[in-house]
Design a protein around this ligand. Structure first.
Ligand SMILES: Nc1ncnc2c1ncn2[C@@H]1O[C@H](COP(=O)(O)OP(=O)(O)OP(=O)(O)O)[C@@H](O)[C@H]1O
Ligand SMILES: [Mg+2]
Length: 241
């Protein structure tokens, strides 16, 4: 090993250690913020109750202001939960799995909520799909994040098509919606951390999806057209090839 390679290796290790330390700190920080935040939130709720009970002039204005702060607290809590979820994707619990089964169970779970928003879910699952090594809990997370995005892109209702197929030594999961779609500028940024076009969005949904896919040695791509809809395609390598 040459001297320069050796230096590069130790520099690489130093950066890796530094990264791990910062990641652990960020996770701990998020946890630390969560507790006082829930105390603030709970006290705001009590304050609203007190305000509603008392005969206070300008009560409505005060309740409105407290409600605004409460909403922002809720937003911060969601960001922290999404952040911790993103940070937690690390070691996978892999089991040889039938992707169709994971998808079917997810649809059963998600369908009632989708129906409330006039969103129909249409599964097209290939038969005889090879088994793949998956962390099933994280695959459910992928399906949830993609399906929620699709639902949010169809405020007047619509259809989400979920396909599975086997192609070129890979098992694919495809999710198509006929919602609002995206322009090219947005599509180029969807995997950026904290990028969101939604008022209450944390912008961690798709970065988490990508992180989970990459941890499975898979790939993800997205095609989208404004006012036509969006298609996400994920490919997992088949087990034991
Ligand atoms: N199916 C879709 N149709 C249209 N736009 C989408 C779709 N999926 C994602 N996007 C765009 O990508 C952005 C990033 O998505 P992502 O899921 O990462 O964050 P988010 O949905 O905004 O917030 P959250 O963290 O709550 O998921 C969205 O704000 C939206 O602009
Ligand atoms: Mg999202």
């Amino acid at each position: 090993m040459s001297v320069s390679t050796h230096l590069e290796e130790s520099e690489r290790q130093r950066l890796l250690d530094q990264y791990a330390e910062i990641a652990a700190l960020a996770g701990a920080l998020a946890h630390e913020i969560k507790n006082p935040l829930s105390t603030i939130s709970m006290n705001l709720e009590l304050l609203t109750e007190d305000l509603n009970e008392g005969d206070i002039p300008q009560r409505e204005r005060m309740v409105r202001k407290v409600s605004t702060v409460q909403k922002e607290c809720g937003h911060l809590q969601e960001i922290l939960d999404d952040f911790l979820q993103f940070a937690r994707v690390g070691e996978l619990e892999l089991t040889e799995s039938d992707l169709n089964q994971v998808v079917t169970e997810f649809i059963e779970f998600f369908q009632p909520q989708a129906a409330e928003y006039n969103v129909e879910i249409s599964p097209h699952l290939a038969s005889g799909l090879p088994r793949v090594k998956l962390d099933q809990k994280l695959i459910r997370q992928i399906l949830m994040n993609l399906a929620l995005n699709a639902q949010q892109a169809m405020p007047d209702g619509g259809r989400i098509e979920i396909q599975t197929l086997s192609l070129d030594g890979e098992v694919q999961l495809v999710l198509i919606d006929d919602g609002a779609g995206m322009n090219e500028r947005t599509r180029d940024k969807i995997f950026d951390i904290f990028y969101s076009t939604k008022s209450g969005g944390s912008g961690l949904g798709l970065p988490t999806v990508r992180k989970i896919v990459t941890a499975h040695h898979g790939t993800i791509s997205c095609e989208s057209e404004l006012e036509r809809g969006t298609r996400f395609q994920i490919a997992f390598p088949v087990a034991d090839r």
